[in-house]
Structure formats: structure tokens, C-alpha cells
Design a protein. Structure first.
Lengths: 221, 313
């Protein structure tokens, strides 16, 4: 209930009025679980805006997988992250290897949830995509029937970059790609996924021709 | 809630706009049926969006003064946001951009309370001096002039210029018994938009000689002249119903809106060409971005405002 109100009264209006989204191929987003959506990660807004793309009746089933060390670091944040956003906390530096870490994520998929993952692992530099971590491939090798839908965001890293608390309005471009199925091996899957994301990134650059930040100012912050 | 507090001529003009839209919708539907071999989806999408624009605009002016100013302020916000999303900005200027956005509610507040003195200098003087100072505090000098210049140009165009539309509403009704302050706004917006359409149609039908070959190759002398003449004729026709302009003044107003609308259009075209985009955005299906629709008004709004302000207020 809290999540519903939070998205209805705060996140959806912010996404629609303050930011303004231009979504290409929204119909490709999964309409039911179990499913996985992956996106590039530049801002805390990525998670919230991505969730806001789902209809309200699905919100209860949508859960972002997020770093436990960051979101559970204090009581208030942890309460907010788990109860309002509905994250599934994940240990980034696991003591145990492989599948055990992913156990809560697996459980959620078995429950039929729609999970949001950021394979870059961290928000990093605004509007730069970094190498994907292959946790997603580990997960998928256990759930071979679950489809993965790639989503590419442009603009959110400008609105609320890492380390800033002031949101500055910018129009945001969202590109949804065709969903990808498990194709046998982890490495092959990661290659398909990265290729698909790069394709979306190219589409974004072509469609918007957003002036890239000049190199000399890009490097200095 | 009801439109009856508006002067009768304004009500008729609003109905007239919806009438024009109805005609356009029927014509496009007819064309699509008569010539199934040609594709009219873009045109029909554009007319559909016109319904939305005219609907929102009418709703904004029908309610009351405060609602009108808030809606027009929101339009400025959309235009400024589109501009900032388009141009390269420095990441270091994150907070400077926040301050620049803050200028919008202030500017429209001066409009709402009718404080002309501050309305007219707030952005050209105070915002102009404040934002570079805020940049200096951050201390990044690389790209400073470009950042300060583009930011101020955006504020002047999308906020300062466009807010003149709203200030027409703050002018005293008593000086314009025919149409009241709403009549002035309607006159400006209707003529500017019809001028756009008329220039397009004249150019499509008779256009041969390019006016601005490097900026906007589709614009022709024939389109420009045809548009200005159409707009002027219409200005003379409707000025007595909506404005306090005399007949010679209405001729001048028509020519002014016709030419200024053209210049505003090609100025935004030059910006888009510089950046390398075809449309300024995608918020208005069939038109492009909101700046693609407001481009002419960025010139006609301040120029028409000062024209009529000098002559009658």
C-alpha cells in the first residue's frame, strides 16, 4: 500500500511532469513475471523511473535487486529501501560463492516476480556505460526459462548524478529492447546482453543526437 | 469554470479556432480517403496534436488569471527543459542549472502580481548577473563563456520572451473594451500560429526562391510574403474584435507578427542545425518538440507586447 501511494503520488508525477519521459517500445516490457529487466545505471533515479514504467497493479511484483552494503547501511534507509521501494538486498562482496548469494533473487523469480538488475553493479560516471558483471548469467543458468529485457536510459545521469542530492529536470529518453532468452552458456549470454545494450545505446545516440559533453569538460569534475 | 466572464468576441474567437480545427480534421480525413496512395498519418497526427494544444490553451485562458499564468509558466518550463536537454551542459554546472530553473516561478510570479518593473529586468539583469557568479563560485573555467552564454540565451528565449504572452493578461481590461486582456493573448497566439501555417501552405504551393538556404532550405520568399499578407489581412479583420488597435496599427501588427514569426522560426532552426537534430524534442507528436511549436512565439510575443504596450498602455 505504501509502495503504491509512493509511486502514484510521488514517483509517477516526478517522472512525468518534472522530468518527462520519451519511451520507445514500452510494450516490450514484461507484462507478467517471472521476468528480469536490466538497465544501464547512472543514477538512483534509474530504479525509480524504471519501476514507474510498470502499471500500478504490477508495482507490488516489481523488485529491484540492490547492494546490501549500500542500502542496508542504516535503519532508516534500510526500512525505506525494503518497504517502500521493495528492494531485494544482495551482498556485493560475498563470503560464500556463486548461487548461495543469489538465493533470495532465485526465490523471488520462483515466486513470479519481475526483477530489476543493473549489471554494471554501480552508478559510476554519469552517462558512461561500464563492463557488465556476470551475476545475471549465473542467475539465468538456474532459471533458463526466464526472459531478460534490456532497457537503456539517457538523461537520468544528468538529472541526478552520483553524489548530488538536487534533482535538475531534463527530458529522459528510454529505449526498451527485445527480450533475450538464455542461450546455453554464461559467456555467450553475457555477450548477447552486452551487444543488445550497445545496440540500444547506439539507437539512443542516433535518435536523439544529444550533443555529447565536450571531452575537455567531461574529464574534469 | 464557465467561459461567460470572457468578452463575447473572445468566446466567438475560441469557437472559431475549434471550428478551424474541425475543418482541418475533415479535410485531412477526406484527403486520406480520396488519395489512399499517399500517406497522411503525419498530417493527421499533427492535426490531432493541434486539438490538444488548442484544448489546453483554451482551458488555460477560460479559468482565471492565476490558472492562465501557471499554465503559461509550465509551458516555459517545458521549453527551457527541452532546450537544456538539447544543448551540451557542463556537469559542474548542475546546481547552476537548478538556479536557472528557479528563475521561472519568480518570473511568472512577477507576471501574476503585475509587477512590470521587475518582470522586465529580472532575467536580463538579475539572472544574467547571478548565474555567472554562481559558476565562478564552483570555479570551473573550462567552457565558462560557452556555458554562461548558452544558459542565458535559453532563459531569454524560453522564459523571458515567452513570459510576455502571460504579461498581456496582466494589462488592464479597461483599456481594451473589445477583447479585454485575454483578447490580446488570443490575437497574438492565433495570428502567430496561423502565420506559421499560412507560410507553410504558400511555400508548398508557390515556393521557388529560398530565403535562408543554409538555415532552413524549405523556407521561400513566396511562402514568407504569402504568409505575411495572409496574417496582415486576418489582423485587420479581427483586430477590432480583440484589440484596441486602430486600422493602420492593425496592419503594422500583422506585418510585425508575420515577419517576427518567420525570424523566430528560423532562429530555432539555426539552433537545431547547430546541434544536429531535426526536431527539438518529441513531446508533441507530428510537430516534434515544444520548441518546434513555440519558436515563432519567442519573437512575436515580446515584439507584439511592446508594440501594443507603447501604443495603448
Amino acid at each position: 500500500m505504501l509502495r503504491l501511494l509512493f509511486f502514484l503520488l510521488i514517483i509517477k508525477p516526478v517522472a512525468m511532469l518534472v522530468l518527462g519521459l520519451n519511451i520507445r517500445r514500452r510494450d516490450l516490457l514484461p507484462a507478467r513475471g517471472p521476468a528480469i529487466v536490466v538497465a544501464n545505471h547512472n543514477s538512483h533515479l534509474d530504479t525509480l523511473v524504471l519501476m514507474s514504467l510498470f502499471p500500478l497493479r504490477l508495482i507490488a511484483k516489481v523488485h529491484p535487486v540492490a547492494a546490501a552494503d549500500y542500502f542496508l547501511r542504516n535503519r532508516w534507509l534500510s526500512w525505506f529501501a525494503c518497504n517502500v521501494i521493495g528492494i531485494i538486498p544482495l551482498e556485493r562482496k560475498p563470503s560464500a560463492k556463486g548461487t548461495q548469494v543469489l538465493a533470495p533473487v532465485s526465490t523471488a523469480l520462483n515466486r513470479g516476480d519481475i526483477l530489476i538488475l543493473f549489471p554494471e553493479g554501480s552508478r559510476g560516471e554519469p552517462e558512461k556505460m561500464t563492463k557488465f558483471k556476470n551475476g545475471i548469467a549465473h542467475l539465468l543458468s538456474e532459471h533458463t526459462t526466464v526472459a531478460v529485457t534490456p532497457v537503456y536510459f539517457y538523461g537520468l545521469g544528468k538529472s541526478l548524478p552520483k553524489g548530488e542530492f538536487l534533482l535538475v529536470p531534463f527530458f529522459v529518453d528510454v529505449f526498451v529492447g527485445e527480450s533475450l532468452a538464455w542461450n546455453g552458456t554464461r559467456q555467450a549470454f553475457m555477450e548477447t546482453l552486452e551487444a543488445s545494450m550497445q545496440q540500444l545505446q547506439q539507437q539512443a545516440q542516433l535518435a536523439t543526437r544529444h550533443a555529447q559533453e565536450p571531452q575537455n569538460t567531461e574529464a574534469r569534475t | 469554470m464557465n467561459a461567460l466572464h470572457l468578452p463575447l468576441s473572445v468566446q466567438v474567437a475560441l469557437l472559431g479556432m475549434f471550428g478551424l480545427l474541425l475543418v482541418a480534421t475533415v479535410v485531412v480525413a477526406g484527403l486520406a480517403r480520396l488519395r489512399p496512395e499517399r500517406n497522411y498519418t503525419e498530417l493527421s497526427l499533427r492535426v490531432k496534436t493541434w486539438w490538444l494544444i488548442v484544448g489546453v490553451f483554451s482551458a488555460a485562458i477560460i479559468f482565471n488569471h492565476t490558472v492562465s499564468v501557471i499554465v503559461l509558466g509550465f509551458v516555459s518550463f517545458l521549453a527551457f527543459k527541452e532546450y537544456l536537454s538539447l544543448i551540451p551542459t557542463r556537469r559542474t554546472d548542475h546546481r547552476v542549472l537548478f538556479w536557472a530553473y528557479l528563475a521561472i516561478p519568480f518570473q511568472y510570479y512577477w507576471v501574476a502580481i503585475g509587477w512590470y518593473g521587475l518582470f522586465i529586468i529580472f532575467i536580463p539583469v538579475y539572472a544574467f548577473l547571478f548565474l555567472p557568479m554562481r559558476m565562478v563560485i564552483i570555479g570551473e573555467t573550462q567552457g565558462f563563456l560557452r556555458a554562461a552564454g548558452t544558459l542565458h540565451w535559453g532563459l531569454m528565449t524560453t522564459v523571458f520572451s515567452l513570459s510576455h504572452m502571460a504579461y498581456l493578461l496582466a494589462l488592464p481590461d479597461a483599456k481594451n473594451p473589445a477583447g479585454g486582456s485575454v483578447g490580446l493573448l488570443l490575437f497574438l497566439v492565433a495570428l502567430t500560429e496561423i502565420n506559421d501555417i499560412a507560410q507553410y501552405i504558400w511555400g508548398k504551393s508557390f515556393g521557388k526562391h529560398k530565403v535562408t538556404p543554409t538555415v532552413s532550405p524549405n523556407k521561400t520568399i513566396e511562402g514568407l510574403i504569402g504568409g505575411v499578407l495572409t496574417t496582415t489581412a486576418l489582423a485587420v479583420l479581427i483586430a477590432p474584435w480583440l484589440t484596441p488597435l486602430t486600422q493602420p496599427q492593425s496592419i503594422a501588427a500583422g506585418v510585425l507578427i508575420g515577419i517576427a514569426g518567420f525570424v523566430g522560426d528560423v532562429t530555432i532552426s539555426a539552433v537545431k542545425r547547430d546541434i544536429g537534430v531535426k526536431d527539438s524534442g518529441s513531446i508533441l507528436p507530428g510537430h516534434g518538440g515544444i520548441l518546434d511549436r513555440l519558436d515563432s512565439l519567442t519573437y512575436t510575443a515580446p515584439l507584439f507586447f511592446h508594440f501594443i504596450y507603447y501604443l495603448h498602455y
